[in-house]
Design a protein around this ligand. Structure first.
Ligand code: ATP
Ligand code: MG
Length: 393
């Protein structure tokens, strides 16, 4: 078939945006903008809304493999439920039939299939019943060893006539779901170089939040290894549009002061209160509405209810803990899927391992913690915020 009679496309389907009432247009536009911004390394020629979905048009000459790569990448962008790959052509019956064969051949391994045709107006003859039957016949002839199955087939060939155009798609994969990043306001995500915090940021981004990271490094009392790991993690998140900037705050000297003057078992809670106060000041600066951590109930000493109450008290902004009910193995699975697990598994001394007491308190009392904190100099927060280094990825 002549290359100018069809164009390769990727069709983006969304679910939750479809539930939005009069705000729907804003959500759809944000998703279009995010897809455009994130696919600049792919052969995309245009991307816009058509009839309740987003169509990503690929450049002339794009190969099947390039189309599959684009489809698989687009499926990782928050806000997308399902992504299909196929062709756009003029609504000419013969071309549609030929492309249906091509689309099914591109669909990968399958045993059973069906055709699902739709017309968005009745000017196009034949109607969808006839389209289903006649395109189905063409496919049965082209793939004689495959079976038609109406209920839960391996592949559905979608043929959709919209005005004088037609979209024919077969290869279809599930997207990550959620809402487009940038539709739920800004949050400050506390990023250690560990396994949990990148997953927490990802969960928030998937609910539409714009995530700004902050990493507390033990510098100058420790090296800067954790900062490199956080940078690698931020780059993984940036690829999906989840994080474009993060702060690094060296707090080693302040931890040392706390370690020298406070009851050892309360050090961890006191470090974390310091982090929350700095994160609040940065949130104020950036217009962020909440603080996000990767805590999960009972996972380690600092994550008991009492200790979380004692640390949350230091934050005026709401503290969100999207992983609170997740098991470690569930979080690891998510980190593997996200692509941060290997980075997070590397050892790096960070500020949390610095001056760790032998027996940290697991049930801190807020009044005791506040008493210990009396010696904190309030100017510390301003000093740390002033020394915060902003990184863009
Ligand atoms: P993670 O795997 O995210 O490091 P963790 O299981 O090691 O978590 P903690 O060390 O208690 O648990 O940290 C809990 C949360 O506190 C982290 O998920 C992160 O949000 C925040 N946090 C801990 N250390 C740092 C740090 N050095 N800089 C910024 N945030 C931190
Ligand atoms: Mg950690």
């Amino acid at each position: 078939m002549a290359a100018d009679t069809f164009q390769r496309v990727v069709l983006v389907h969304y679910h939750e945006i479809g539930l939005k009432g009069h705000n729907r247009g804003r959500f759809e536009q944000k998703l279009v903008d995010n897809i455009k911004a994130l696919t600049c390394d792919f052969p995309v020629s245009a991307c816009h809304r058509i009839s309740g979905r987003i169509v990503v048009f690929l450049k002339e000459g794009t190969t099947h493999d390039e189309q599959v790569r684009a489809q698989e990448f687009i499926a990782t962008i928050p806000g997308i439920q399902r992504v299909s790959a196929g062709f756009k052509c003029l609504a000419e019956y013969d071309t549609m039939k030929e492309l249906a064969v091509e689309a099914l051949a591109d669909a990968g391994e399958f045993q059973t299939f069906k055709v699902q045709a739709r017309r968005n107006h009745t000017n196009f003859e034949p109607d969808s019943m006839v389209l289903n039957r006649e395109i189905g016949e063409v496919l049965c002839n082209a793939f004689p060893e495959k079976k038609v199955k109406m209920k839960e087939p391996d592949v559905t060939v979608n043929v959709e006539v919209i005005e004088n155009q037609c979209f024919v798609c077969a290869r279809s994969i599930t997207g990550v779901g959620g809402l487009p990043v940038g539709t739920s306001g800004k949050v400050i995500c506390l990023m250690s170089s560990g396994i949990d915090s990148p997953v927490a940021a990802w969960k928030m981004a998937k609910r539409g939040a714009t995530c700004i990271g902050v990493h507390f490094s033990g510098r100058p009392q420790t090296g800067d290894e954790s900062e490199y790991l956080v940078d690698d993690i931020a780059r993984v998140l940036a690829k999906r549009g989840c994080m474009h900037q993060y702060f690094v705050c060296p707090i080693g000297d302040y931890q040392r002061k706390i370690a020298l003057s406070c009851t050892p078992k309360l050090r961890v809670v006191l470090y974390r209160r310091l982090m929350f106060k700095v994160a609040n000041a940065l949130a104020e600066q950036c217009g962020a509405k909440a603080i996000v951590t990767g805590e999960s109930l009972g996972q380690v000493a600092s994550q008991t209810i009492e200790n979380m109450i004692a640390t949350s008290d230091a934050s005026e902004k709401m503290v969100l803990r999207p992983l609170i009910g997740f098991d470690k193995l569930e979080i690891i699975d998510e980190a593997i899927r996200l692509g941060t697990f290997e980075i997070s598994s590397q050892d790096a001394s960070d500020c949390c391992t610095l001056f760790m007491p032998k027996m940290p308190e697991t049930h801190a009392h807020l009044d005791e913690v506040k008493k210990e904190e009396e010696f904190f100099d309030p100017s510390w927060i301003d000093e740390i915020v002033a020394s915060a280094e902003l990184h863009r990825v």
